[in-house]
Design a binder for this molecule. Structure first.
Ligand code: 13P
Length: 278
């Protein structure tokens, strides 16, 4: 099965009243582990790249790698550029083969976020590329206020207006999550999510997936979240296993030792994918 459009995956998740899981990746081994885990878990998933990482994995090489491995996968794989605030860089991602991108104007005032996002959507859609946007800022988990201050949460009526004007394909919303490892257990505002979901037609996206308890995730998935982003947990595990590998193994000697990191990543991913009921 080749690459599948992100919008199609999100629509399938919506029909199943569940969520696709989207993972950030930063090296070949992480991508390979994701494709292997999708097959083992029999689940679709989305592979994402942070734009800043293109200095170590170019857009073109990343997109080509995901497409190549996805062509041999049995379950649908999506490809997406995560958080990007720069119009030019977004256009470069389209040029270099990304079929889905995130135009992140969440730090801008509402009107400027609308203008920035609508401009990206106009061009992206001309090339058949999907666009995710963000409204109500999802901050950093190292700062408790970023995920507990309800003033930062997305307003349902603004979300409805934003989606209608910009014609986005999906919307990342703020209702109690943040990026990175949480200082305290987060408490997702499911009521706010329900209100946003009622007010809008677009698939909703939950960012800051590392460390949210499973029972809260299940509730979010049945109340409008169709894409769930995970980064920190996966990168931390990859880094930890790389350290262990280089301190104990001799990669020149055994194939088993070389696959040590990938096995740990696949085990983690297969377990995580149990959350996805598609
Ligand atoms: P975490 O790094 O907190 O898992 O969040 C990932 C994310 O939301 C990427 O967009």
């Amino acid at each position: 099965m080749a690459l599948v459009k992100v919008r199609e995956l999100l629509d399938a998740a919506d029909k199943a009243n569940s969520s696709i899981i989207a993972f950030d990746a930063g090296d070949y081994n992480m991508i390979q582990a994701l494709v292997t885990a999708a097959d083992e878990a029999k689940k679709p998933l989305i592979i994402m790249l942070y734009p800043l990482m293109r200095d170590i994995f170019s857009f073109g090489a990343f997109a080509a790698t995901v497409k190549n491995l996805a062509s041999r996968a049995k379950y649908p794989i999506g490809l997406h550029l995560d958080h990007c605030q720069d119009y030019r860089v977004l256009m470069e991602a389209i040029r270099d083969g990304f079929p889905s991108i995130m135009a992140d104007g969440s730090m801008l005032p509402f009107d400027q976020n609308v203008a920035f996002t609508a401009k990206v959507v106009e061009t992206a859609h001309a090339f058949g590329v999907d666009v995710e946007a963000e409204l109500g800022h999802v901050g950093q988990a190292s700062n408790t206020g970023d995920y507990s201050n309800r003033d930062l949460f997305t307003l349902p009526d603004e979300a409805a207006r934003f989606a209608e004007i910009t014609k986005i394909d999906s919307l990342a919303v703020s209702f109690g999550s943040a990026h990175g490892f949480y200082k305290t257990t987060p408490n997702l505002d499911i009521e706010r999510l329900q209100e946003i979901n009622k007010a809008t037609d677009v698939p909703l996206v939950l960012h800051g997936g590392s460390g949210i308890p499973s029972d809260q995730l299940e509730k979010a998935f049945t109340n409008g979240i169709n894409k769930f982003n995970v980064g920190t947990e996966f990168f931390a595990l990859n880094n930890q296993k790389k350290k262990e590998f280089w301190s104990t193994a001799d990669p020149s000697k055994s194939k088993d030792e070389v696959s040590f990191i990938r096995k740990a990543l696949v085990d983690y991913l297969v377990k995580k994918l149990e959350l996805c009921r598609i």
